[in-house]
Design a binder for this molecule. Structure first.
Ligand code: 1PX
Length: 215
């Protein structure tokens, strides 16, 4: 049916969104950043309900950003750079502990930004893995090297359980819906430098403004 066709995920969409993210002067468009995350959530939903709690959190974060982008001050949320400037200039960020601005764009995006590092590490492993590579191991290693440092024990535990039921590499590539294994590997080779560039630009911006530990 039409509905099931719409649901069909294609990883190319995610790649395209992250490609559109970068402006000529290396600013990051929030709209495309959020679109990239929407695509990733679609993919996660194809993997089954065990990943529901992860998808739900990502969707919440996306919704917070969409509300800001479409709100009164929406024009200030065109890029990550303009968002940071606007929120800091106007005292809209809780810097040391959560207070009157528990859902600032800056702190919300930081959570997705940290998860983007996980994605980068995971996709790089996926790209270079052999036919019998275990996605669950690749996923857990990438997580332990990145996002896990920001999560309490109970989340790390739940994530560990979810990783165990990830499909194997062939089924995983199937869900990515890009084509043959060679095509997936080639696509990842093209996508990773872009994802990494978006990550690095954001990381540097947040470091400059001392925003890397926002509560
Ligand atoms: C072709 C490969 C594509 C794979 C796509 C998978 C997309 C994964 C999307 C993961 C998004 C995770 C966002 C997590 C943000 C976060 O860290 N939130 C925590 C902190 O938020 P707070 O507002 O409380 O400060 C929050 O506590 C998180 C709860 C949910 C658990 C997060 C576990 C993350 C595991 C990441 C790996 C996903 C595994 C996907 C398997 C492919």
């Amino acid at each position: 049916s039409g509905a099931s066709v719409d649901q069909r995920f294609c990883f190319q969409e995610v790649f395209d969104s992250f490609k559109l993210c970068l402006s000529e002067n290396k600013e990051v468009y929030l709209e495309h950043y959020v679109d990239g995350w929407r695509g990733l959530v679609k993919f996660l939903n194809c993997l089954g309900s065990v990943f529901g709690f992860i998808a739900k959190d990502a969707v919440n974060k996306v919704q917070v950003l969409v509300a800001l982008m479409s709100g009164e001050s929406g024009s200030q949320y065109a890029t990550i750079q303009s968002m940071v400037k606007y929120e800091l200039d106007n005292g809209l960020v809780d810097v040391t502990k959560r207070g009157s601005h528990p859902e600032s764009g800056c702190r919300t995006l930081l959570r997705l930004h940290r998860a983007l590092r996980w994605l980068e590490l995971f996709l790089e492993r996926l790209r270079t893995s052999g036919e019998d590579g275990k996605t669950s191991v690749m996923c857990a290693e990438a997580y332990n090297e990145s996002l896990s440092q920001h999560h309490p024990w109970v989340i790390r535990k739940a994530a560990g359980v979810a990783f165990c039921v990830l499909p194997g590499r062939p089924a995983f590539f199937e869900v990515m819906n890009v084509g043959s294994t060679e095509q997936v590997v080639a696509m990842l080779g093209g996508a990773l430098p872009l994802i990494s560039e978006v990550y690095n630009i954001t990381e540097e911006l947040y470091a400059q403004h001392n925003l890397l530990d926002l509560p």
